[in-house]
Write a protein that binds this ligand. Structure first.
Ligand code: NAD
Ligand code: MG
Length: 403
């Protein structure tokens, strides 16, 4: 039985057009793709607020182009630099610090909030948007991994709507629409398999960050590219699917599909598999969420199945890529373990990106952290932040000897 995380109101109860958009993480890969959609569709999307992190130059260029009323950056010094880079006659309100993202996520005038910050930093503004009853286009999968149970409760209370941007979950959302959730047997997430999909097992631990960053099909930020290489991304996505659709992890399976054309499938009790297919381009899922339930014409190469010829599927190599099973273990153990899984992974990925640890150390650190976790059934927001903080410190010490 599918029990979706939020209510899904009909078109008449959703905001009209143009929808006023707030993008959290606008300078990232998802943020830039969203702005590309907005640039081509001014009648459907108007940009109200843009929040970047530390890339002030890119944010300034975006702000000059879209002239939003609100901007946010992580640091005070960045705000000064940002203001000096803006065109004369344009004076938006500029906010700073982690609380700025919460303020923008709950702006009275925001019709849709695109949550596209990377990592656990995305949780506070995402939860705040859900509590404020917003339509949330959710790319930041980590917030569901950390606190899906809190986001679900917030949506039920406030009437907020969650629309999944992650391509697999967006595909499931489309494949489940209009069907009875009782008829669903299980969900199938597809995975490209990442850049090391066909490597001999003995070579995988020697993989470098530079090699891991070269994803075969998708162009993405650094953290999710490493997660794709370890298959932790698929593990986080199993948890994300469980949180979105209210299913146990056993009912979310994974198939490796190197072409990344079938973005995921819903398996029904009569044996039917319904899938969504498309080019591996995040603009499809982003546009669908921003204008839901309308579809926008996008300037994409048409998908030519005849020239593709073959679509192939296989089981993931879980022994050689242990992160997928580690995520399943956390999902089975409960929400507290998922916080530990995510925090350990974020720390390890950061160290791997700096070439300070090896590829196999990522799974080793996550497994070590899960072994030590005390177990918490229903952690509240403050407990989640505390487990996140403590795990980061412990894992950094474990991997480097310093925290
Ligand atoms: P990215 O690294 O390209 O961009 C991240 C954005 O977050 C940037 O704007 C950065 O400035 C901002 N940011 C980073 N740390 C921050 C902090 N502490 N506080 C505030 N802002 C901060 O990442 P991305 O690839 O765009 O991914 C964003 C999210 O979307 C991730 O959760 C990822 O898992 C998810 N996602 C991405 C893709 C993709 O194709 N890139 C696909 C599916 C889901
Ligand atoms: Mg995905």
């Amino acid at each position: 039985m599918i029990d979706y995380i939020s209510a899904l109101p009909g078109a008449d109860a959703l905001p009209g057009f143009p929808r006023r958009l707030c993008i959290l993480g606008s300078t990232g890969s998802i943020g830039e793709s969203a702005l590309a959609v907005a640039a081509d569709h001014p009648e459907e999307i108007s940009v109200l607020a843009l929040a970047g992190g530390r890339n002030v130059e890119r944010l300034a260029a975006q702000a000059a182009r879209f002239r939003p009323r609100f901007l946010a950056v992580l640091e005070e010094a960045g705000a000064w630099r940002l203001r000096s880079m803006l065109p004369s006659g344009y004076a938006p309100e500029i906010l700073t610090g982690p609380e700025a993202y919460v303020t923008l996520a709950t702006l009275e005038d925001a019709d849709v909030v695109l949550s596209a910050i990377v990592g656990a930093a995305g949780l506070p503004p995402t939860l705040a948007a859900a509590e404020a009853g917003k339509v949330v286009a959710l790319a930041n999968k980590e917030s569901l991994v950390l606190a899906g149970h809190l986001i679900r409760r917030a949506c039920r209370k406030s009437g907020a709507v969650i629309l999944p941007v992650d391509s697999e979950h967006n595909a499931l959302f489309q494949s489940l629409a209009g069907h009875d959730g009782q008829d669903v047997d299980h969900l199938i997430l597809t995975a490209s398999g990442g850049p090391f999909r066909d490597w001999p097992a003995a070579d995988i631990p020697k993989a470098t960050a530079a090699q891991a960053l070269k994803h075969p099909n998708w162009s993405m930020g650094a953290k999710i590219s490493i997660d794709s290489a370890t298959l932790m991304n698929k593990g986080l996505e199993v948890i994300e699917a469980c949180q979105l659709y209210g299913l146990p992890q056993e009912r979310v399976t994974v198939l490796v599909h190197p072409q990344s054309i079938v973005h995921s499938l819903a398996a029904y009790c009569d044996g039917s598999l319904l899938a969504q297919m498309g080019q591996p381009d995040m603009r499809i899922a982003i546009a669908y969420c921003l204008c839901y339930p309308r579809r926008l014409p996008l300037k994409l190469e048409p998908l030519d199945l005849a020239s593709l010829g073959t679509l192939s599927f296989s089981h993931p190599r879980t022994k050689d890529f242990p992160c997928l099973d580690l995520a399943r273990r956390a999902a089975g153990a409960g929400p507290g373990h998922c916080v530990t899984l995510n925090a350990a992974n974020e720390v390890a990925v950061e160290l791997f990106l700096k070439d300070r640890i090896g590829f196999a150390d990522i799974a080793r650190a996550v497994s070590w952290a899960l072994d030590r976790h005390p177990g918490l059934d229903d952690p509240d927001f403050m407990t989640i932040l505390e487990v996140d903080r403590a795990t980061r410190s412990d894992v950094a010490t474990y991997l480097t000897g310093t925290s």
